[in-house]
Design a protein around this ligand. Sequence first.
Ligand SMILES: [Zn+2]
Length: 135
Amino acid sequence: MALDERAFFTEKPEQRPGRFTCPRCRRTNDYQVRWVRRTKKASVPGGAGDADRARFAKLRDHLLRLDDEVVCKTCGKKFEIPSHHSLLFVDQLEGLPKDEELDAEIAAAESQPAQAPDRSKLPARFTRPSRGWKG
Ligand SMILES: [Zn+2]
């Protein structure tokens, strides 16, 4: 039986600031949103089969958002967090490309010295702006 993905990570709760506008009263406030930071374990856990090892190799450290909604500080009504980011990769978050992404960016920079790496081919999660999530 395949291991639960959580067996591959160390989980740690984390609060991150977010600035949201209430859809009812239109006031913008700063909120603390609960996330869990999942850090990949140093080695494959015991009991892992070949498929688990392959999965483990592809996993990346990431943050999962626990809160879907916040309570407006102005009017007291709950509203949904207006962001589709419920998962953030830690390397994306910290702006430090690693391994194959770094290699790809170096290759892109060398072949097109006057241009930034072409991010239009990347999945949407890499190109969407993350306003208000860096504090
Ligand atoms: Zn409000």
